[in-house]
Design a protein around this ligand. Sequence first.
Ligand SMILES: Nc1ncnc2c1ncn2[C@@H]1O[C@H](COP(=O)(O)OP(=O)(O)O)[C@@H](O)[C@H]1O
Ligand SMILES: Cc1ncc(C[n+]2csc(CCOP(=O)(O)OP(=O)(O)O)c2C)c(N)n1
Ligand SMILES: [Mg+2]
Length: 338
Amino acid sequence: MPGEFEIIERIRRQVGPPGPGVLQGIGDDAAVLEAPGATLLASSDALVEGIHFHLSYMSPRQVGRKAMAVNLSDVGSMGGRPLFALVTLGLRRGLPEGFLDELYAGLLEMGRTHGTQVVGGDTVTSPERFFIDVAILGVPGEGPPVLRSGARVGDRVAVTAPLGASGAGLAWLLAEREERLPAGARGAAQEAVLACVRAHLEPTPRVQAGQALAACGAVHAMMDISDGLASEVNHVARESGVGIRVRGGDVPVAPEASEMGRLLDADPFPWALSGGEDYELLFTYNPAAEDRVQAALAGAGLRLHVLGEVTRREEGVTLEREGQLHPLPPAGYVHLQD
Ligand SMILES: Nc1ncnc2c1ncn2[C@@H]1O[C@H](COP(=O)(O)OP(=O)(O)O)[C@@H](O)[C@H]1O
Ligand SMILES: Cc1ncc(C[n+]2csc(CCOP(=O)(O)OP(=O)(O)O)c2C)c(N)n1
Ligand SMILES: [Mg+2]
C-alpha cells in the first residue's frame, strides 16, 4: 500500500487543476474558495481509535476537544477564522455510558472558545473502531490566507513554541499502556509527565496567533505541525519551490520533553523533529520585518523561535548539526506506510 502522501498526490492528479472559484484546492491546510460574496476556508480531519488515540488513556471529552482543535488549527494556520463545523461519527458497539454527551461537551467547549458552531454532520456504524471526522468552514481573518506555497529565498523559518512535548507524552502513554515504563520512572518528575501528556491529549490550536501572523503582512508561508517539523518543512519547501535549512541547535525542544527524555532514557530531539501533533505553527517571514512578527506573536502571548532559513531549491531541505549539513527527509507520521 502506498503511503498517505502518494495517495493524496494521485488523487490530486485525478481531480485535476482547480476549477472555477477554487483559489487553493488540494495541497494546503485548508482549501480557499471564492463563493459569491465571500472567500471561504474549508478543511476536514478525522481521528480514528487505535490510530490517533486509545480510549484507555483518553477521555471522550478529550477526544471531542482534540477533534475540534486539530481542525481549528488548520483554519488558524491559514490565518483564518473558523466559523462552522460538521461532525461525522463512526460509532461502534461497547462505547462507554455517557460517551456521546462527553464527546460533544469537548467538541462544543473547544468550538466555543474560538467562536465555532456545530451545524450538522452524519452518524454511521463503524464495525470495530470509533472514529470522528470534523469538517470546518471559515473565512479569512484581517490578512489574506497564508498558503504553504509562499515561502521566499531569504525568509527566516520559525515556530510559535518549543516542540516535542506531544511526542514525549505519547511515548509515555504508550509505554504505560504496554507496561514497559522503566522502573523508577513512574513516581518521578510528575510535573513534566503531566505537561507532556496534556500537550498530547489537549493540544491548543494557534488560531489567534495564526490570524495575527497573517495580518502582520510579513509572513509568506504558514502551516500547522501535525505530522512533525521535518515532514512539514518538506511540504513548505515543495509547495513553494524552495529549499529550507533547519539549524539543529535552534530547533526549540520543550523543557518538559527533555525531562521526559531523562525519565525514559530517550533522546528528546526526535520528538521535536518528527514526533508530530504539536499543533504549533511553522511559518516563514521577511527578516526585514521581524519586529512586526514579534509584535503579532506577543499579542497572542507567544514568542518567536527562529530555527532556519529559506534557501534556493537546489540546496534541498537540510538539517545543520555540528557544522555539517545533512539531508532532512520528511520523516514523521505517515498513514498507511508499512
Ligand atoms: N481523500 C482526499 N481527497 C481529496 N483531498 C485530500 C484527501 N486527503 C487529503 N486531501 C488533501 O490533501 C492535502 C494534505 O492533506 P493532509 O496531509 O491531511 O493535510 P493536513 O495536515 O493539513 O490535514 C490537504 O489539502 C487535504 O485537503
Ligand atoms: C495510538 C497512537 N499512535 C500513534 C500516534 C501518532 N500519530 C497518529 S496520527 C499522527 C499525525 C497527525 O495525524 P494526521 O491524521 O496525519 O493529521 P493531519 O496531518 O491530516 O492533520 C501522529 C503523530 C497517536 N496519536 N496515537
Ligand atoms: Mg489531514
